[in-house]
Design a protein around this ligand. Sequence first.
Ligand SMILES: Cc1ncc(COP(=O)(O)O)c(C=O)c1O
Length: 386
Amino acid sequence: MKPLARTVAEMPQSGIREIANLAARTPDCVRLDLGEPHFPTPPHIVEAACQAARDGFTKYTPPVGLLSLRQAISEKLQRVNGLDVPADGIVAVSGATSGLFTACLSILEHGDEILLPNPAWPNWEMMVLSAGGKIRYYPADSSRNFLPDPGELDAYVGDRTRGIILNSPSNPTGAVMSPGLVREMVDFARRHDLWVIADECYDEFVFDEEHTCAARFDGDGRVISLFSCSKTYAMTGWRVGYVACPQDLIEVMAKLQQPVIGSICSVAQKAAEAAFRGPQDSIAVMRDYYRGNRDLAADMFADTGIRTWSPGGAFYMMVDISTASMDTYDFAKRLVRSRQVSVAPGETFGPGGRGLVRLSLATSRDKLETGLERLIEAIRADSQSA
Ligand SMILES: Cc1ncc(COP(=O)(O)O)c(C=O)c1O
């Protein structure tokens, strides 16, 4: 038998999935692992998909997505993000995941490098490797409050560096970049002639300030912006995301839709269109709920001596478990088995996640409270026995 492709065989698995699989097999486990809203998709969105299916809207659609959906996205980008992007500057994709992957395929030659924040959502590494590229981490760790310092990034750029991933609000840290920092990061990319892949899937979940799009500072067509319906409208399973990118790239992205996904699910596009055009109040409800969860978590950790970093957005919180003196995978697995609570092991996000675990705050308040009680007890017990 011929061997399988090496890049794929050598690709690391996401540790989030590994723990999620273990948690799914564990009775009474409180799930703080996956970043998935516990809210249902709002009913008017579901109804639009049902109606479309009943109307027979069940065929292939154009690879770039329905024009009516892209028009609705163009209006959202104007209304929410202050970006002026016409419908033909947008590709609707099968989840931001597929958009990020096609972005990597669009810009990478074999052996080219992409700069990733450290710590980073693990799927980016998998995408870059699948596209034949390599990753290089740039520092955005806890000693910097999980924000990069543009002043120290020049040293990370080499001959083969092709682009940089920016992610604000961040998964896994919830860190939010200020407008000034976003501008400096885009300036840095311009100085080195790099593509910017701006993953802004949590753009509507910023708690204390406004989200700033990298594309606002794009003077010369280098920013590829990724957004998603998954978190904003509690639509993770519908698989709708969208990419706004410079005109040169749009045709390549559109072409790559054909080998990668063919076209997006027809009725999911109708659902997404209803999401953009319908009432937006569910977003504020979810944002307030996640903010409340963040505040509850901060209160519960307050007098424990356990270090945490309060997130400015998204719905994640990093927690220091370094007193447990074991690697974060072992900690997370043991936590599931002995305390029935699941968190993501920090090391799956890169070396910057060492000694940390990531909590997903996207759950009901009572589950969060129970999960945090169990986690705090476990960390205390470990530090006492260390
Ligand atoms: C930073 C980030 N980007 C992209 C995605 C994927 O989003 P989608 O469901 O639209 O593929 C996620 C999902 O967790 C994420 O956290």
